[in-house]
Design a protein around this ligand. Structure first.
Ligand code: ZN
Length: 132
């Protein structure tokens, strides 16, 4: 009856003694933090089993890896979000600096214009003096 034992394995994994699908929950106790278990959905029977006692060891390792990678993804997403915020700030600083550069450029041109007008005035005065 090796096939029936694999059947009872899969049915034990899926349902409680009431025959209802048992949800996987995560333990928050100090003794078993983040330890996955299954109990009766409606709390009618006393069905209780640790998930990793049912799942082959390889699966537990894979699940640990998945958990680790999910955490890494979350970390990287947070980092990315921070970098995007920094980027927005830097973009604002860049715009501000560009505006200041334009102002300086305008100021320079204004000064050059005044100098040019002054030089032309001097030349006009010089020429007029020569004519007298
Ligand atoms: Zn039950």
């Amino acid at each position: 009856m090796s096939s029936s034992s694999s059947n009872s394995y899969s049915s034990a994994f899926a349902t409680c003694k009431c025959g209802i699908a048992a949800p996987i929950r995560v333990s928050k106790t100090l003794e078993n933090p983040n330890h996955k278990f299954m109990t009766c959905e409606i709390k009618r029977c006393n069905y209780f089993v640790w998930v990793d006692s049912l799942v082959p060891k390889v699966h537990v390792e894979v699940e640990k890896k998945i958990d680790y990678l999910m955490n890494r993804i979350e970390e990287l997403e947070n980092k990315n979000q921070n970098l995007e915020l920094k980027n927005v700030k830097l973009e604002k600083v860049k715009l501000c600096l560009e505006k200041k550069m334009l102002d300086i450029e305008k100021n320079k041109r204004g000064k050059l214009y005044i100098v040019a007008v002054f030089v032309v005035l001097l030349i006009v005065l010089f020429v007029k003096n020569q004519e007298l």
